[in-house]
Design a protein around this ligand. Structure first.
Ligand code: IPM
Ligand code: MG
Length: 356
C-alpha cells in the first residue's frame, strides 16, 4: 500500500523542470526513510488555459482534494497576459487557494550560511543569522473581497474591498501563535490600524487571542514601518502575521534579504493536514527550458511538506541538511559565486540526492 498520494501541479515556465527535480529528491528521501509515494498530475495556470480554456479545471480541484498533499511549480507567463483578469493563470492560483481552503501561508525567510554574501544587506545589519517566518492570511482580504468597475461623477472607476471577519483573523492568529510557541516565542502582527478599519479589527482580535498564549511576546507594527524595519533590523523578527496583501508584499521583501528568491519555499495550509507547497518565486519564462533554473526552493518545499503535512520531520531535516551541504561547493547560475562549481538544474537535483 502506498503511504502518500501527492498531486503535482507543474504549471508553466520553469515549473515542470523544478518540480521534476523535487520529485527525484522526494523519491530518494522515501527510499531512505522507508515510505512510499504515488504521484498524479493535474493542470493549473497557463498550461490549463491552453488545454481546457480555464486556469483551474474542476478535475484539478477534485484531484487535489483527494491527495495527501500538493506540490506546485509556478504559473503564468507573457503568453497569457491578454487573458481577461478572471481567466489569467494567477486567477487559477487564487482559485485553488480558495477551493482547498488554504488560509495559512507560511513563508520562511532564512539565510543559508554559505549564501550570506549574496544578501544585499550588510553583514553587520543581518547580525548572526536570519530566520523569519511570515504567516500570511491567504484566502481573505482584498484579494477575495468585492471588486468591480463603475462610474463615479461620469468617470470610469474601479474598486477592490479589504474585509476580514473575526473568525478569519482568529484562525490565522492561532496558526501564528502556535508557530511562535515552537520557535522563539515572539510574534509581530502587521497592520495599518492608524488608517484602516479592517486593521483595527485585526489588531483587537490578535490582542484577544494573545491571552491564550501568555508566553508569546506580541507586538504590533504598521506595515510601512515593518517594511522599513525589515531592512534596518531584520533580526528583531521571529514570526510575523499579517493580511493577504501585506503578506504578499512583505514576503517578497523578506525573501530578498536572504539573497536569492530561488531559495525560498512556502507552505499553504488548511484546517486539515493536507496542504499545498510551492517555491515563492515565479515561473521565470525567460529561462524556461534552458536547464539553469534553481530547483532548491521547490526541493525545500518538499521538506516543508514532509514536516507540515506528512509528519516526517527527520526526512525534512535530511533534505534541508543536504541543501546546506551541497551549497558549500555547487551553485546554479542565479547564486553562483567564485570558488564554487556552476551546475545545471538537473545536476543540482542529483547532487541533493547524493548528499541524502
Ligand atoms: C504570490 C504571488 C501571487 C499572489 C500572484 C501570482 C497571484 O505574488 O504567491 O505571492 O499575489 O499571491
Ligand atoms: Mg507575491
Amino acid at each position: 500500500m502506498t503511504d502518500y498520494k501527492i498531486v503535482l501541479l507543474k504549471g508553466d515556465g520553469i515549473g515542470p523542470e523544478i518540480v521534476n527535480q523535487a520529485v527525484k529528491v522526494l523519491d530518494k528521501t522515501a527510499e531512505k526513510f522507508d515510505f512510499t509515494v504515488e504521484y498524479d498530475e493535474a493542470l493549473l495556470g497557463g498550461c490549463a488555459i491552453d488545454a481546457t480554456g480555464v486556469p483551474l479545471p474542476d478535475e484539478t480541484v477534485e484531484k487535489c482534494k483527494k491527495a495527501d498533499s500538493v506540490l506546485l511549480g509556478a504559473v503564468g507567463g507573457p503568453k497569457w497576459d491578454n487573458q481577461p483578469g478572471n481567466n489569467r493563470p494567477e486567477a487559477g492560483l487564487l482559485g485553488i487557494r480558495g477551493a482547498l481552503g488554504l488560509f495559512a501561508n507560511l513563508r520562511p525567510a532564512v539565510i543559508f550560511e554559505p549564501l550570506k554574501g549574496a544578501s544585499p544587506i550588510k553583514d553587520e545589519i543581518i547580525g548572526g543569522t536570519l530566520d523569519i517566518m511570515i504567516v500570511r492570511e491567504l484566502t481573505g482580504g482584498i484579494y477575495f473581497g468585492e471588486k468591480g468597475r463603475k462610474e463615479v461623477n461620469g468617470n470610469p472607476a474601479a474598486y477592490d474591498t479589504e474585509m476580514y471577519t473575526v473568525p478569519e483573523i482568529e484562525r490565522i492568529a492561532r496558526v501564528a501563535f502556535d508557530l511562535a510557541m515552537k520557535r522563539n516565542k515572539k510574534l509581530t502582527s502587521v497592520d495599518k490600524a492608524n488608517v484602516l478599519e479592517s486593521s483595527r479589527l485585526w489588531r483587537e482580535t490578535v490582542i484577544r487571542i494573545s491571552k491564550e498564549y501568555p508566553e508569546v511576546e506580541l507586538n504590533h507594527l504598521y506595515v510601512d514601518n515593518c517594511a522599513m524595519q525589515l531592512v534596518i533590523n531584520p533580526s528583531q523578527f521571529d514570526v510575523i502575521v499579517t493580511s493577504n496583501i501585506f503578506g504578499d508584499i512583505l514576503s517578497d521583501e523578506a525573501s530578498m534579504i536572504s539573497g536569492s528568491i530561488g531559495m525560498l519555499a512556502s507552505a499553504s495550509l488548511s484546517e486539515g493536514k493536507s496542504g499545498l507547497y510551492e517555491p515563492i518565486h515565479g515561473s521565470a519564462p525567460d529561462i524556461a527550458g534552458l536547464g539553469i533554473a534553481n530547483p532548491l526552493a521547490t526541493i525545500l518545499s518538499v521538506a516543508m511538506m514532509l514536516r507540515y503535512s506528512l509528519d516526517r520531520p527527520k526526512a525534512a531535516d535530511a533534505i534541508e541538511n543536504a541543501v546546506s551541504t551541497v551549497l558549500k561547493d555547487y551553485r546554479t547560475p542565479d547564486i553562483y559565486a567564485e570558488g564554487t562549481t556552476k551546475v545545471s538544474t538537473d545536476e543540482m537535483g542529483d547532487l541533493i540526492c547524493n548528499a541524502l
